[in-house]
Each structure stands twice: as C-alpha cells, then as structure tokens.
Design a protein around this ligand. Structure first.
Ligand SMILES: Nc1ncnc2c1ncn2[C@@H]1O[C@H](COP(=O)(O)OP(=O)(O)OP(=O)(O)O)[C@@H](O)[C@H]1O
Length: 288
C-alpha cells in the first residue's frame, strides 16, 4: 500500500531522516523513537507537508512527491501540535472542517461524534475540553474524508491514563480497515494495537518487525535479581539496569545483559519496553 524508498530529509547540515525504507500494509504501525529521532519529519513527508531531499514515497504505486493529491485525498492527519478553536463547539468544529474538505454528507459529523464518543458533548465549546477530548476531536477531524491512511503524531502526549487507554483502543479499532501510523516515544502506547513496530534512531530505521519478534529477540537478555546495596553498586556500572526497587534493605533489579549478570540472577520475561532497551544496549555494546 505505502512504500517508502530510501527517504532522506536534511535541514542544512542536519540529517533528520537518513535513508528510511518501509513497506506498509493496512493495520496499525507504531513509529517509535526518542525526541529528535526523525518521527515527525518522516510523518510530514508522508502527509505531503514537506518533500524528501531524496528517495521516493509511493501510495499504491503512485508517486506522492510528484503527485501529492494522490495522498491528500486519501489521508487523515493529526499533527503533534493540533489545536482546537476554543469558541467553536465540537459539532461546529467538525462542520467547519467538513466544509473546508468538501465533505457534503451532513450525517458524517454526527457519525464521527459518536465514533469518538463526543456526542454527549457535541454542543459544548472546545475551550472546556480535556486533552483527551481535544485529541478525540482531532481524530474525528482527520476521519472526515474516511481516509485510507491515518497518520497521528504523538497522540497521547499530555493525556491522563484513562484517556490514553481510550485513545489507544480507538486507534486500534481504526486500524482494522486502513493503514494507521502512530508515532510515539512511549512503547506502551502502541504495544497492544500495533501489528508492526518501526524503530527510528537518529533518523535511521533500526528495526521493523512485529512486537512478538521483538520480544523473541530479547529473550534471554533480561534478568531479575535481589541484590544487597553493595552488590548493586558494584554491578550497576557494568550492566544496563532497567529497573531498581528497594525492598527490605535490598534492591530488586531488572537488568539487560547478554549473559547472566550475577550468580543468582534469574531470566525474566521482558516487556516490550525492556526488549527495546535491551536491544539498544546490545547495539551500543557492539558499536563500542
Ligand atoms: N524545520 C527544521 N529545521 C531544522 N531542523 C529540523 C527541522 N525539523 C526537524 N529538525 C531536526 O530534525 C531532527 C528530527 O526532528 P523530528 O521533529 O522529526 O524528530 P521527532 O522524532 O519527531 O522528535 P519529537 O518527538 O521531539 O518531535 C531533530 O534534530 C530536529 O531538530
């Protein structure tokens, strides 16, 4: 469906995206990376808001750099800095964007308000909305044209845990029949909904795989142990400590290491977040 072929984006001497290639099919793709990894720049190129310095982006075989309208009419985009108009109600806001986007079907606004669970607040001004409500209004706006490609940039920033959960569920549902690309630096945001994870580091794609494959690769690299404070101090400089919790005068730790880090360490089932950290640690060891 969407092919990204050796895409590079530079700003002066800064390379924001460095030769990324990805072949994306419908479903939810999690684009994961630290701040500055190049996520927003890549998404903006997919959304035809900026052009690659090099490389090609094809949607069903059509070059969207040469023909941005091929993407634009099939795209829904929720940018990182999405803002609502505070004086408009949720309904007015969607009606306004429906008019701008040429969406004539009057029922669409009502359907979307229901889909994102804002129908009971439809006639309230957005100024009083919580962060989660604003984001759901943003998704409704992005869905007005029933897009095949939905791009959402860091959608859960600033949301409370319950709103986060609700928002994730909504995105997961939306991925059932379209390509949804969600960028985040929080792995748990996409853990249970993404069928593929694309990991960006300093503009480069370092992995593109299923969460299961990522977990399988980390098997045997995460360990747990209960250490005395002295043993903990001695060990912490030599291994990657993922978690340390004081417990009755001792330290309960989780550690990433390619082999058993100390005599009584037990292998642990890694979380996805830990799998990523273990991988980063292993890569750094190889590079050193
Ligand atoms: N318009 C620009 N001009 C110059 N440098 C830029 C521009 N846009 C992005 N960059 C740089 O490109 C790199 C990637 O930025 P980008 O915003 O794509 O990362 P990100 O992974 O989305 O991070 P964040 O989550 O903080 O937005 C950063 O070093 C950033 O400073």
């Amino acid at each position: 469906m969407l092919q990204i072929q050796d895409v590079v984006k530079t700003f002066g001497r800064q390379t924001a995206v460095d030769g990324v290639s990805l072949d994306l099919e419908p479903g939810v793709v999690g684009l994961i990376g630290h701040n500055g990894a190049g996520k927003s720049t890549l998404l903006q190129m997919l959304a035809t808001l900026t052009v690659p310095t090099r490389g090609r982006i094809l949607l069903d075989g059509q070059d969207i750099v040469a023909k941005p309208e091929a993407m634009r009419r099939r795209l829904g985009y929720l940018p990182q800095d999405f803002g609502v108009y505070p004086h408009l109600t949720a309904r007015e806001f969607l009606q306004y964007f429906a008019a701008l986007k040429g969406v004539g079907d009057k029922r669409r606004v009502r359907q979307l308000l229901e889909l994102v669970n804002l129908h009971e607040h439809a006639d309230r001004a957005a100024a009083g909305f919580s962060g989660g409500m604003r984001q759901r209004l943003g998704i409704a706006q992005a869905l007005l044209n029933d897009p095949d490609v939905l791009i959402v940039d860091e959608p859960t920033a600033g949301l409370d845990p319950e709103e986060r959960l609700r928002f994730r569920r909504l995105l997961g549902d939306l991925g059932a029949k379209r390509l949804v690309i969600v960028s985040t630096h929080i792995v748990s945001d996409v853990e249970n909904m993404a069928s593929r994870l694309a990991i960006l580091r300093q503009g480069r794609l370092v992995a593109f795989e299923t969460p299961e494959a990522m977990l399988a690769r980390a098997a045997g690299q995460v360990w747990t142990s209960l250490l005395s404070p002295e043993a903990y101090e001695a060990l912490r400089g030599q291994v990657r400590v993922l978690q340390a919790q004081p417990q009755g005068g001792q330290m309960q730790v989780r550690i990433a290491h390619a082999s058993r880090p100390c005599a009584d360490a037990q292998p642990a089932q890694p979380t996805l977040e830990e799998a990523l950290m273990a991988q980063r640690y292993a890569d750094a060891q190889v590079a050193a």
